[in-house]
Ligand binder design. Structure first.
Ligand SMILES: C[S@@+](CC[C@H](N)C(=O)[O-])C[C@H]1O[C@@H](n2cnc3c(N)ncnc32)[C@H](O)[C@@H]1O
Length: 161
């Protein structure tokens, strides 16, 4: 079980009003206890200092970066479940990404895709994936594996033959 009150998102830059903000707010309502803090955008080195200064004791540093490790949603749920005895801080970078020094200090670098997203979209996708992970860990019906959906579609086709 994910303890959401031990999970934070540290975001460089603000989320402006608009549909990304509304989408993020919807997932935040489902993720009661999860905290988001926003740090001022500047240079990657200064942003790194601000991130490190805002980390709590024994908080795992999970950086979001397109060049990080790729996970399926189930793999990410397993990873978060394994880390769930720790405090977790997901960090979303600014326009120029994370400094190499911050990357060297990370406990994990997580890629949401090889594509580059604006930071506000990365935040929304991350929130959705944390929500998805929490439902996978709880065994809820929200997540459906591609193989399961394909199997159902195949079953529907073969039952009509
Ligand atoms: C506009 S992107 C920065 C792109 C920049 N080229 C870089 O070196 O990271 C802003 C932030 O959004 C997040 N982000 C964007 N695309 C991502 C992806 N595919 N996977 C994980 N995080 C992503 C990262 O935290 C990134 O630092």
């Amino acid at each position: 079980m994910l303890n959401l009150s031990r999970i934070r998102i540290i975001a460089i830059g603000k989320q402006r009003p608009g549909w990304l903000h509304d989408g993020a707010a919807m997932y935040c309502k489902r993720l009661v206890g999860l905290e988001i803090i926003e740090l001022k955008d500047s240079t990657p080195d200064k942003e790194a200092q601000a991130v490190l200064a805002s980390l709590k004791n024994n908080e795992k540093l999970l950086l979001l970066s397109e060049d990080g490790k790729h996970f399926s949603s189930r793999q990410l749920a397993n990873e978060l479940n394994e880390l769930s005895s720790n405090r977790l801080a997901f960090v979303i970078g600014g326009a120029d990404g994370h400094s190499p020094q911050l990357k060297a200090k990370a406990d994990q670098i997580i890629s949401l895709s090889a594509l580059t997203f604006p930071h506000e979209l990365a935040r929304l996708i991350l929130l959705e994936q944390i929500y998805r992970a929490s439902t996978i860990i709880q065994g809820g019906p929200y997540h459906r594996d591609a193989a399961t959906a394909a199997g159902k579609a195949l079953g529907a086709i073969t039952s009509h033959q």
